[in-house]
Design a protein around this ligand. Sequence first.
Ligand code: BES
Ligand code: MN
Ligand code: ZN
Length: 507
Amino acid sequence: MQLNVKQGYIQEEAADLIVVNLFEGVKTPGGALKAVDDALGGAITQLIADGDAKGKLGETTLLYTYGRLPAPRVLITGLGKAEDFKVHHARQAAAAAAKRARQLGVTRFSTIVHGAGRGGLAPQDAAQAVAEGTLLGAYRYARRQREAKEQDTPPVAEVTVLEANPAQLEAVRRGVAVGQVLGETANWARDLINEPANYLTPRELARRIAAQAAEVGLECQVMGEEELAALGAGSFLAIARGSEEEAQFIVLEHKPQGVDLADLPTVVLVGKAITFDTGGISLKPAEDMWKMKDDMGGGAAVAAALTAAARLNLPVHAVGLIAATENMPSGRALKPGDVVTAMNGKTVEIISTDAEGRQVLADALCYAARYKPTAVVDIATLTGTIGLALGRQLAGLFCDHEDLRSRLMQASEFSGEPLWPMPLYKPYRKLLESDVADLKHTGGRYGGSILAALFLQEFAEGYPWAHLDIASTIWQDEATSFTVRGGTAFGARLLAELLRSYAARKE
Ligand code: BES
Ligand code: MN
Ligand code: ZN
């Protein structure tokens, strides 16, 4: 999608569709909406009076202009209540508009910047949200189907963001540029998540990440099982044993141009990338197992955030560690009761081979220490129980480091990818005591997400650390205004915002 920014007035645009907005409860249009309403002889005022346009968030109302404006169609996108308004609502409103445009088969449209006027957002932030929302809302997974379906409308090709005030044009341009990167990288991660696991093997994931890295100027090193053995990654390799596909440890590094690395904070992002999780010998039930192609969502989010950092040339030293393997049963597979040794020398008793994510992350977290990082954040579809605790919209945040936690909460608020703090409750650590090894990796059903986090903490030594459990948010069974059914890429934009927060200057 091409995104343009230009100075101008929406009512003068000769696009296939123009997008304006409406706050809930507003009876008399103001600003851009008023200009359009005037040209249409008060048609919008009438729609509002009749209750046909309420301005609710996610609501879109389509009007035809019958020659009274250069554009044949007007779309009003709802912003919700002015008193509740946040930057994420501008993103959702833009997404709803883009989604409606795509359903209509409109491939070119123009929009105003939602939320910069009455919404009170900084123009750059509002413009970023509009660009991001537009890309996220227009997204569809390119299906593997022989014949096109009726609902397969063409992609939105070009969107023009209009700003009337010349003094704000530069800020809008900057915001759109950032939003374009964050939207595109998140959609790229969605494609990886939606891709079937027979296509997206660990090697294929590594190939695609390496190709993307080359394109944007990220350093990328891919290690196979031989290198992992040399590193002593016994925990990661134990999970890979059951699969015919070779495990891949993908290391991405963003070194910004024109700055001395030593002056910059180093942030390491660690992603779980199980390209398919059968559970291994502790086999999962058949029902819904197909969804386990999304078990690489953490790794996809990390790759997307690193790509964004490179494209924006953020002044931060960012490293991405992606632990990719399948989790399969076989005659060679890891068994319950086995003991494995992680990179830091700790031995782990395996209770369920379905608790594989923490095993691959354990080694990746040990590896992270070599960068002497300012902060390390891991992101993983780790436990089904996080969904029982927090539902389908909130991801769990486990972090005892105040500065890192507050940065993550701020990034979460800004990106609209909600996190909820969860406890690293020390007394539960004894549930991980083992009779045969330094520790076991599970400790019963109760508090499963907390136990998984406490297990990871044993390997996140010597640096500030946070763990994000995205098992219940990486996939949605129903579409929302800015997602389709399927992979959401939850965390991709959040982590990019975290990297932006560490960047000494805003780009
Ligand atoms: N990938 C799963 C977690 C998951 C479950 C994600 C459902 C999305 C939906 C993870 O590897 C797993 O299997 N976790 C187990 C842990 C248990 C064996 C301690 C779980 O949640 O049941
Ligand atoms: Mn599992
Ligand atoms: Zn898993």
